[in-house]
Design a binder for this molecule. Structure first.
Ligand SMILES: Nc1ncnc2c1ncn2[C@@H]1O[C@H](COP(=O)(O)OP(=O)(O)OP(=O)(O)O)[C@@H](O)[C@H]1O
Ligand SMILES: [Mg+2]
Length: 182
């Protein structure tokens, strides 16, 4: 088993608030940039909801966050934390060159928290060290239920993931319905 698989975990979110809370907890352990969060899942899975929670945890107004489907990239400086949140949406992109034209390589600068919706559109364009977050609706369990699976693919992501898990008081595969947040 790869090292990263040992720290994989899965949340069962029962509503947008729970997804926000899990993401807020993640941003609370992101004390600096240099982290890439690859969000995957179909339309309406909750990728933007997750980024709203990240933004909120960074002291930003979650209301300003929406899928940057047409502009591809949106940046939110978080002055209080000395980082910036970069929110990308690859839904409309077909080639790595299109992504690079947005200045993508510049935001992999160690000062940005980079959250990418539809990250599976251009997997080869992404850095190898990333936190992969899959969101899936579960019709059997209810309209508002989302399975959120997380895997780290490198050392930075692994370290973030361990601190995130500690913050949430979890390790391994867990089910969280009411996530206590810091
Ligand atoms: N458990 C949940 N977690 C997140 N969102 C949920 C949940 N239950 C219901 N929702 C609803 O699902 C929708 C998720 O929309 P969101 O814009 O986050 O999806 P998305 O994955 O970003 O879609 P797109 O690919 O179109 O950008 C919202 O309307 C949200 O209120
Ligand atoms: Mg979205």
């Amino acid at each position: 088993m790869a090292a990263s698989e040992k720290t994989a975990f899965r949340f069962l979110s029962r509503g947008p608030e729970a997804t926000h809370a899990v993401a807020r907890a993640l941003s609370s352990v992101l004390d600096c940039g240099g982290v890439v969060i690859a969000l995957r899942g179909p339309l309406g899975a909750g990728k933007t909801a997750f980024v709203k929670g990240l933004a909120e945890g960074l002291g930003l107004d979650p209301g300003i966050v929406s899928s940057p489907t047409f502009v591809v990239s949106q940046e939110y400086p978080c002055l209080a934390r000395g980082v910036r949140l970069v929110h990308l949406d690859l839904y409309r992109l077909e080639r790595t060159a299109e992504l690079e034209a947005t200045g993508f390589l510049d935001v992999l600068d160690g000062e940005s928290i980079v959250a990418i919706e539809w990250a599976d559109r251009l997997p080869d364009a992404l850095p190898s060290d990333r936190l992969e977050i899959d969101l899936a609706a579960s019709v059997e369990l209810g309209e508002k239920v989302r399975e959120i699976s997380v895997v780290a693919t490198g050392l930075v992501a692994e370290s973030v993931m361990r601190r995130w898990g500690l913050c949430l008081g979890v390790a391994g595969t867990v089910e969280l319905e009411n996530v206590a947040c810091p």
